[in-house]
Design a protein around this ligand. Structure first.
Ligand code: AHR
Length: 329
């Protein structure tokens, strides 16, 4: 009798646990597919949610248009989804639609880029890159690398290729880049322009800089895709990327590792796209009735280069060749 009672109890617990995870509709409003980072981010989240028992995934690709994202969010409300994952192509202009999400009482999880109105809306959890720190690391790497090469007192010309104007990844990294430059007076900023986080625009911007600027010593590209596009432009102009022009990217995608190993690129500052473990963990906790903190969780990230051992204060660079085998994106 006792055994039967224990069995019934176990089954009841298992059944209620299973039903707690059943038929949960999770919708994701994604920006687009502008970069290798974005593809890895979409794949990571899609795979984790679609393979989770009892979860249904609804995905919308906004193709870089804010109006498409607003439409998608309103569609999610109409479809009465259970949770919304959101990253905004730019940081402003979300107040109204995110308040509508709140009014519909759909729990919201912010990932990657944060909206400016985050302090005025309700959300359950937030996971994103520390963009200001990433920008600071890019400049600090150049300053410390030049010092290590005995070139710390040399005036060098720096260009900054920025991401999509108004995206928190662009504003944050620019803030970090400019703050970083203050610590290295020999790094002279001679141009700043958006390459929209894409390879094609990175190439076009570098082509025009190579024609209009007398001497470029360092390229800071706010993502790896733009750095890779710029490398094509530099080669086409008969210069040697990685030597004539020092190139620092951001994201640490596989293609940047390959470029570093080939000697075309010098460094990439990591910004991980792999948020699925945070998202799944948060969703499971929310579904089980737990409350989570509102602070933005920044994953720990590295810096990878040709050298290894460049001390940036908050992190020391690792030689790309030593870690390439363990990279997942
Ligand atoms: O928001 C993250 C940034 O967006 C990545 O650095 C970039 O590659 C992407 O497009």
């Amino acid at each position: 009798m006792r055994k039967l009672f224990a069995l019934v109890l176990t089954l009841a617990v298992l059944f209620s646990a299973a039903s707690a995870f059943a038929d949960v509709k999770i919708a994701f409003s994604q920006i687009g597919q502008e970069s290798d980072w974005r593809t890895a981010n979409t794949d990571d989240i899609t795979k984790a949610i679609t393979s989770h028992p009892g979860w249904t995934f609804i995905y919308d690709d906004a193709q870089q248009k804010q109006e498409n994202q607003i439409k998608a969010l309103r569609n999610f409300i109409t479809q009465n989804v259970d949770y919304i994952l959101f990253t905004g192509v730019v940081s402003t202009g979300w107040d109204e639609v995110l308040k509508e999400v709140n009014e519909a009482e759909i729990p919201l999880l912010l990932i990657d880029r944060m909206p400016d109105c985050a302090d005025k809306i309700e959300y359950e959890a937030a996971f994103g890159g520390d963009f200001v720190e990433e920008g600071r690391r890019q400049i600090a790497w150049v300053g410390e690398y030049l010092k290590a090469k005995g070139r710390g007192d040399e005036d060098v010309n720096v260009v900054i290729m920025e991401g999509t104007t108004g995206a928190s990844a662009q504003t944050g990294r620019t803030e970090g880049n400019l703050a970083g430059l203050k610590a290295y007076p020999h790094l002279k900023l001679i141009a700043q322009q958006s390459g929209n986080f894409t390879r094609a625009e990175g190439q076009a911007v570098m082509e025009s800089w190579l024609k209009s600027l007398e001497k470029i010593d360092v390229l800071i590209a706010q993502n790896d895709d733009m750095a890779l596009g710029a490398i094509d432009a530099i080669k086409a102009a008969g210069k040697v990327p990685g030597k004539d022009i020092i190139i620092v990217g951001c994201d640490s995608v596989k293609a940047a590792f390959d470029a570093i190993l080939a000697g075309d690129m010098n460094c990439t500052v990591e910004c991980t796209p792999l948020y699925s473990k945070f998202v799944v963990d948060a969703l499971e906790k929310l579904i089980a009735g737990e409350k989570l903190g509102k602070e933005i969780v920044h994953p720990a990230e590295g810096v990878f280069d040709t050298e290894g051992g460049i001390d940036l204060g908050t992190v020391t660079s690792q030689k790309a060749a030593d870690v390439i085998a363990s990279r997942v994106y």
